[in-house]
Design a protein. Structure first.
Length: 301
């Protein structure tokens, strides 16, 4: 009886805040835990993508993991190990292959990456369409964040932990490479380690995000929180922290929007991230309304 009386105020507060689904349903708790893992790993990775002017690279590589993940899904079904291994191999082939082409030929890296990711995307869609169904294709492209199992959650938590450790080790060379990559290559042997280590961490986060949001939506956790945070702060450390907080806030909002409005969960989360970005673009410290007074209405006497 006492436990019931003590739990009642908590239940009322959760209902009033709209957070009751997270207390009542296990699938909502799992989805929230998965999004938390992505928020603390993918969002900081997105900051370095933005500073290196590689945001579209993340989108291209997200599509690049499709054929490997599709093969793993068709061979073993919803096997986290098979889909992760396939996506990791495909993503590394696209990342390393495009980099080698750019360094060995006259082709620029952005063009070679675009070529590799388009070929990879076409192969992935053909594989799923040939051996699978429309449901399989939707699962691979858009993910199932409300159906995360223990294996997927362990993978996402493991990737988040490894990413935070990797960023801690590579933090200084990554910052220098963002500011002056030529200088880093001249004065340090860490340049290739930072470059390829960053690409490995990027692929790992895209594979982890794939299990929740699919290949089309996973890049949302990389790009949108970092871009929104940039309108508020300038320092790199503050960007890393704020982007993770933005990602977590938008995840909660997207999950609740999906639950109450009966919307697809992945798109709802990404739209919440997009709304946060658009709001920051206007009212952030570096936003349009703060930087351009001419956009503000003028009152006449």
């Amino acid at each position: 009886m006492n436990d019931t009386v003590m739990a009642l105020p908590t239940s009322i507060w959760l209902d009033w805040l709209g957070l009751a689904p997270f207390a009542e349903f296990g699938f909502m708790q799992r989805a929230l835990l998965g999004c938390l893992a992505l928020s603390v790993s993918a969002a900081p990775m997105g900051v370095f993508l933005m500073l290196r002017r590689m945001s579209l690279t993340g989108d291209a590589m997200a599509h690049g993991i499709l054929p490997g993940a599709a093969v793993g899904y068709l061979v073993s079904g919803l096997s986290v190990g098979a889909m992760t291994l396939g996506g990791l191999v495909a993503g590394l082939i696209v990342a390393i292959g495009s980099g080698l082409v750019a360094r060995s030929t006259v082709m620029r890296e952005d063009t070679s990456l675009a070529a590799f990711y388009l070929i990879s995307l076409a192969i992935g869609v053909l594989i799923v369409s040939w051996r699978g169904s429309n449901v399989d294709l939707l699962h691979v492209l858009f993910g199932t964040v409300l159906a995360l199992n223990n294996d997927a959650l362990w993978l996402m938590v493991g990737v988040a932990s490894f990413t935070l450790l990797g960023l801690a080790v590579l933090y200084r060379p990554l910052v220098l490479e963002c500011l002056d990559p030529v200088f880093l290559r001249l004065v340090s042997r860490w340049s290739p380690v930072a470059h390829y280590g960053f690409l490995v961490l990027l692929v790992l986060n895209l594979v982890a995000g794939f299990h929740a949001l699919g290949t089309l939506m996973a890049v949302g956790f990389l790009v949108l929180p970092a871009a929104a945070a940039r309108f508020w702060v300038r320092e790199i450390t503050a960007l890393l922290v704020l982007s993770s907080l933005f990602a977590l806030f938008a995840s909660v909002a997207g999950l609740l929007l999906s639950y109450h409005a009966d919307l697809p969960t992945g798109p709802a989360i990404v739209l919440s991230l997009g709304a946060l970005y658009l709001g920051s673009m206007f009212v952030g410290r570096q936003g349009l309304l703060r930087q351009r007074p001419s956009l503000q209405p003028h009152l006449k006497a």
